[in-house]
Design a protein around this ligand. Structure first.
Ligand code: HEM
Length: 197
């Protein structure tokens, strides 16, 4: 267990240093943007196995998918930590004041995603799964709200001043949204077919 945590910490430190490196050699003030993108990537990797299991059942035995499934919890927590870093830096960069009510309107999507990610990360342990029983799955369904909030956040916050991060983040979040909707459609079809048979 301790070794696994150390392994995860090393990976996370590596990702963080990589983000710093990319920002240093490109535009240093984009560091928070790069952290936002890495959070998106980690979040997507944590969801992909569950989505592909439904839309592409033959991929179940794929070794990459099995590895992603095994490290799903780490990917989710990493997405949370990277987003927290991104959000904190944006707070400093944009001088965001939590005591002003307009902040909650202007940063609605970012703050909502952050609250959801905090709940998910705080309840990601085995102890939480046991404590919440059936409700655990219901709580973790909150993750699907992020799929809709994410592209909205990027389009809204980056309008008229795209960075090199924006097209990648937008493309990835649109692919995720499409895959999620396709999964929903497939599940609906399967339910109807079961009902009719
Ligand atoms: C407290 C929560 C958050 C705040 C205050 C916040 C704030 C911001 C702001 C102000 C921007 C525009 C940056 C700029 O103009 O250069 C931005 C962009 C972005 N945010 Fe957030 N955000 C939050 C949460 C999140 C979360 C949870 C994610 C990912 C899951 C995320 C991912 C992104 C991405 C990918 C961009 C686009 C960066 C680019 O295209 O350069 N944000 N955010």
């Amino acid at each position: 267990m301790r070794q696994q945590v150390l392994f995860y910490l090393k990976i996370f430190a590596g990702i963080y240093v990589m983000a710093l490196g990319i920002a240093t050699i490109t535009v240093p003030t984009y560091f928070s943007n790069i952290l936002g993108l890495l959070s998106v990537m980690s979040y997507i990797l944590s969801l992909i196995p569950g989505i592909l299991k439904v839309i592409l059942p033959s991929a179940k035995k794929n070794t990459v998918l099995i590895a992603l499934l095994k490290h799903r919890r780490f990917l989710g927590v990493a997405a949370f930590m990277l987003a927290l870093n991104h959000g904190a830096l944006q707070f400093i960069k944009e001088n965001i004041n939590l005591l002003e009510s307009s902040t909650y309107i202007h940063y609605f999507q970012g703050l909502t995603m952050m609250v959801i990610m905090t709940i998910l990360a705080a309840t990601s342990s085995d102890e939480s799964v046991k404590a919440f029983k059936k409700n655990w799955k219901k709580i973790h369904k909150l993750t699907y709200l992020i799929i809709f909030l994410l592209p909205w956040h990027i389009v809204d916050k980056m309008s008229n001043h795209w960075t090199f991060v924006t097209p990648i983040a937008l493309l990835l979040s649109t692919i995720l949204l499409s895959l999620f909707l396709f999964r929903f459609y497939k599940e609906r079809q399967a339910t109807i077919a079961k009902y009719l048979s």
